[in-house]
Design a protein around this ligand. Structure first.
Ligand code: FRU
Length: 486
């Protein structure tokens, strides 16, 4: 493993000064984001424990402090009152017990009384490297203290591999019970879900069954980061199936999507009402987490990791850091699909409207585009030598495509350099957010989203748009308070 020996991958933080140079490296990077959550140092992956309580949105991210690799995972805590301006609060959960000695893995949150309960996977490994995943609980109280509950809520279930993780806590209003949904795979490595139930949020969970999802018995390996959210009279099941090729996703192996249907918790059956849909049709999106259904807030807000564990990000790897989250999106259930729109407050970041005849693209920008449903193109980050990134719509096939092969910094090329999506209607509206190293495209007022990391060079700064489009372009403000807090 060269530089990333086991010793480095499983290093503990002993002195905060050792992280300073890694923090500085992000602060000095041309690819540091201005309005997206990114790691304080090292690597960020999944959003965890996303919840609204007492006027604040709490969010945690999977974090390896020492470099751009998937080493010993912590939970790092950030908060926001408006989902736009975030500030760092410090490390929430460290891998410092027997149960989580090789990482505090992903999970979810529940508001209970004055506390927020954090459910996570303790990734335990023995000295001979045998893995045992434990489902664990920690309590975050109003004064900010976090206490881990000593014993695990439960350990692994027999008859499944050691891939059993990412607890999603669900308080089911109908029977008043608490359920935990785990991502898992059976002994033949087929992805599935395990369901546990209890009358209490912090004890007595017992295994109910493997969740039956008719039609999805053979749908990739391990289903990571599952969740079920209720939308009026329907349930939406979110999963991240691994090692499966899906239409429009080129050679990408890991995905994040949803199925609309009905969940019967007592019987552990999810009955699909339609097919699996991708949550995001871009290159980099995974492990999304939803904050929903709390007493004080009936909105459903989704945020994802703008990355994927089958991808690497060489440009920032060379600067010793990796990863960022997507913008938060509001979810509504439309006709057979989720509608995903950027949270409304984002327009407050528009600091300056730019002259549409100028071809210059600021490093942080928002486009709002209206077009006539006919063929359309937008090429971003061009210059005299580079074609840039191409977004194009073909009105005959209704195919919308993103092709990033024209950028100088090419990466993850083995998984394909374009993504396509067949729209149900013609293209009429686009809202596009550009931060220093990301691009999020909201299509037809939320009918689809395409999120991607991009690393344009300092010379790739121009754009060109097809003449049949009306558009506005704004330069956006910073909204991250990236202070160094451990
Ligand atoms: C998804 C995932 C989860 C796991 C976490 C570890 O990206 O692999 O299944 O809990 O990341 O960081």
């Amino acid at each position: 493993m060269n530089e990333w020996s086991r010793e480095t991958l499983f290093k503990q933080i002993t002195n905060e000064n050792e992280l300073r140079p890694l923090y500085e490296s992000i602060q000095n990077s041309a690819y540091k984001q201005s309005f997206h959550i990114q790691p304080i140092s090292g690597l960020l992956n999944d959003p965890n424990g996303f919840i609204y309580k007492e006027g604040l949105w709490h969010l945690f991210y999977q974090w390896f402090p020492f470099g751009p690799v998937h080493g010993l995972k912590h939970w790092y805590h950030v908060v926001s009152s408006d989902l736009i301006h975030w500030k760092n609060l410090g490390v929430a959960l460290k891998p410092d017990t027997f149960l989580d000695n090789k990482g505090v893995y992903s999970g979810s949150a529940l508001s209970v009384g004055d506390d927020i309960y954090l459910y996570y996977t303790g990734n335990h490994r023995s000295e001979d490297w045998v893995r045992t995943p434990y489902t664990c609980l920690a309590k975050l109280s109003l004064d900010g203290t976090i206490t881990k509950i000593k014993d695990a809520l439960f350990g692994p279930v027999k008859g499944f591999t050691d891939n059993q993780r990412d607890p999603k806590i669900i308080h089911n209003k109908e029977d008043g019970r608490y359920y935990i949904l785990l991502g898992a795979e059976d002994e033949h490595n087929k992805g599935c879900l395990l369901l546990f139930g209890s009358d209490h949020p912090d004890r007595d969970f017992s295994f109910i069954n493997k969740v039956l999802v008719p039609g999805y018995e053979n749908f990739g390996n391990m289903w990571e980061c599952p969740s079920i959210e209720r939308f009026d009279d329907k349930d939406v099941l979110f999963i991240c199936p691994q090692n499966i090729f899906l239409p429009g996703r080129s050679y990408a192996k890991h995905h994040n999507g949803y199925i609309i249907g009905h969940m019967d918790y007592s019987e552990a059956v999810f009955l699909p009402e339609g097919s699996y849909h991708e949550l995001d049709h871009g290159f980099d999106f995974y492990a999304a987490s939803c904050a929903a259904n709390t007493k004080s807030c009936d909105k459903k807000i989704l945020i994802g990791w703008m990355g994927n564990s089958d991808c690497t990000y060489p440009v920032t790897d060379n600067e010793s850091w990796s990863g960022c989250l997507t913008l938060p999106r509001e979810l509504k259930l439309g006709d057979r699909r989720l509608i995903q729109t950027p949270v409304p407050g984002l327009s407050a970041l528009r600091v300056k409207e730019l002259d549409p005849s100028s071809k210059d693209l600021p490093a942080k920008a928002e486009f709002e585009i209206e077009t006539d449903g006919k063929d359309f193109y937008l090429s971003l980050f061009k210059n005299r030598r580079s074609r840039g990134l191409m977004i194009s719509f073909n009105s005959y096939s209704k195919k919308l495509g993103v092709d990033r092969s024209g950028l100088s910094n090419r990466f993850n090329t083995d998984w394909g350099e374009s993504r396509t999506l067949v729209l149900e209607k013609e293209l009429t509206h686009l809202r596009i957010f550009i931060d220093h190293s990301s691009l999020e495209i909201f299509v037809n007022n939320g009918a689809a989203v395409m999120s991607s990391r991009i690393f344009p060079t300092e010379h790739e700064t121009q754009f060109e748009i097809s003449p049949n489009a009306d558009f506005k372009l704004w330069e956006l403000a910073d909204s991250m308070e990236n202070n160094f807090i451990l």
